[in-house]
Design a protein around this ligand. Sequence first.
Ligand SMILES: C[S@@+](CC[C@H](N)C(=O)[O-])C[C@H]1O[C@@H](n2cnc3c(N)ncnc32)[C@H](O)[C@@H]1O
Ligand SMILES: [Zn+2]
Ligand SMILES: [Zn+2]
Length: 730
Amino acid sequence: MANPTMSKKAARRQAASEPELSLVDRDQAVLVLPVPKGRRAIEDDAFPFEDLSAIAEHESWRKEVFRPVYHMHKWWAQRLGSVFRSLVIGTFAPSGADVLDLFYRPIRVPGAVVFDPFMGSGTTLGETLKLGGRAIGRDINPVSYFAVRNALGVHPRKKVLDTFLEIEQDTAPAIRRWYESALPDGTRTQTLYYFWVKELPCPSCETPVSLFPRYVFSQNAYAKRVPEARATCPHCWAVNHIRYDAADATCSSCNRHFDPQRGPASGQKATCPCCMTEFPIAKRVRDLGYPPGHRMYAKMVLHAGGRKEYRAVDDHDRNLYAMAGEELRRRNGPYPVVPIEPGYNTNQALNYNYRHWHEFFNDRQLLVAATLCERIGRIEDEHVRDVFTCLLSGALEFNNMFASFKGEGTGAVRHMFSHHILKPERMPLEANLWGTPKSSGSFSTLFDSRLLRGIEYAENPFELRINGSDTKVYGLSAPIPRPRANNFEQFRAEGRELYLSCGDSGVTDLADGSVDAVITDPPFFDNVNYSQLADFFHVWQRHILGDVGHHASTTTRADREVQQGDPREFTDRLAAVWREAHRVLKSDGLLVFSYHHSRPEGWWSVLEALMTAGFVITASQPIKGEMSVATPKQQAKEPIDLDIILVCRKRSGQSAETNLADAEARAAAQVARLRAAKRPLSRNDVRVVLMGQVLRELSGNASVMAAERTLGAMNGELEATIDRLSADRG
Ligand SMILES: C[S@@+](CC[C@H](N)C(=O)[O-])C[C@H]1O[C@@H](n2cnc3c(N)ncnc32)[C@H](O)[C@@H]1O
Ligand SMILES: [Zn+2]
Ligand SMILES: [Zn+2]
């Protein structure tokens, strides 16, 4: 197991290099759990959150490898599958059961109906199906709905494989042509990556100024250990081999000197190398009125033996690119033309004059995407067409001019969403969209690493056991793929096991008292507006599949989306979903959800929404979280590693006294257990544990107003308690 003092990166690397053993555990008899009456294991103080957090932590290092079924398409804030497996088990195991032991047993909860009103990438649903339960999922976002349908669907594997080979036969030769490099010895080879840089005309002399912060464009992720790097010469654009930190270089081609560490761009400003005028970049872009242009300056080619080489671009490359543009313009409606709406996550792109989603791509990217769209659109089988639409849509994340190069020694392509806002990239990377054997993030490599791997996991799921090395334990779970019901009536009447829908979960067609548990991960009070980002994918899916059904609208934005903005609105929309959860839950049903702390106001919203909907919190369990949002500056020093699982039941009459001493005692016990398990806790982690217990106490108040009064009366007490719990590191 990883040493807790090891840096996250080092631990990840170690995990990646550990041999993967696998174990088939088919001998154990399947253990059937009937839905219990009364208290559940997840409400027990003894719920083994520290051991489950250790499993979750391992999963978090290689999520795509350990739970690939939820990663067949991009979604944001994806939760860890192992956490949701333990939530489903803890919800359906009676109080006193050993959840950690059950985690590695072939248990089934047949008949248990689980509803996730914020399904995202479908984690709750997949884990429920693996445990033999019946799953209902709903999400307001069509991109989520489409991704989950593909992830949990029954795939005709042979047809999918055959179709890939047909697509390859029909399109790959033509696509590869657009990535051809001409080598000096006259042979041709494939280009893996083209390196581009943004250029702005100097406001004084109109000379194009390239926005390199440094002329070093490729170095190793661990540069101190592997110092060899590449820099482009600002005088002749030759590729030079240098040390990553060299401050002086003589170009091997033109013999002129340059400083590889200093490009024309520095922070928010750029300096024209011709007339030395310094100008603010953002203002210059605004004045232009169109998105900045790009210069292609280097490439990486793949030689026949698999060797990679950096080279400067030549006339052949420039002509090829120009021809791709001409070809694109000969086509009729090759790509979707949809405007980008303003919003927190889109404004930065809009400020750079990106006004339409297709402007994120260069001509060659558009041409190749259009070729694939056209071919996928011709797939007759609707189901298979969906699968390949999902694959292409996901691949576009790595194949646009907002993507960049991560460097050597790591996955090469940094996808466009690494910032959570759409941040224009000064040095974009254009990858080979069809892909080569050495590519990552391409259509053909993602077919294997995402699609097939996801299908394989769905058909034959495994869990991770982490005693010393990672062991994959097969044979514990039922296969995921199930035929879907089209509506709740069919789900109920035909005893189906999966029902998915797209829309606001404040209103559903589920019958009163029809659900045993609502298990979910609601939107947090943070700045990620899923729909503003999801539109990037939506416009392409709609382009292939037609503007019908859930693809009718040009945008995935919706009035009832629960998202940050006005706290009042956030609370009301969340309360509407909790009210609906209350209606569809059986009288002894549980509402279990993870809460990710991002802003202090969020706690109050969650409590108020729960209480107005008629719930009371019966337990709060801390668990390893998966940081989904770029850490705000003020939290960087005290990062939050924990999520809180709140377990709620329908309130039945009596209110309870708020006993803060109890809350503190329970929080102290949880903090002590996490420390004993060698989990480093920041002050903010301690705060999260305490707040979970305080909320639990407050939820027993007779009304939201009474809870607010109680909280108000606590004043500085909370901070003092956090101080005490943080200081007491014994
Ligand atoms: C935090 S994400 C869930 C992530 C998920 N647990 C996963 O692992 O992928 C919250 C989801 O709620 C959805 N959502 C927001 N408002 C909604 C509403 N009113 N009804 C249904 N879904 C909504 C968002 O589209 C988003 O997918
Ligand atoms: Zn030179
Ligand atoms: Zn100038």
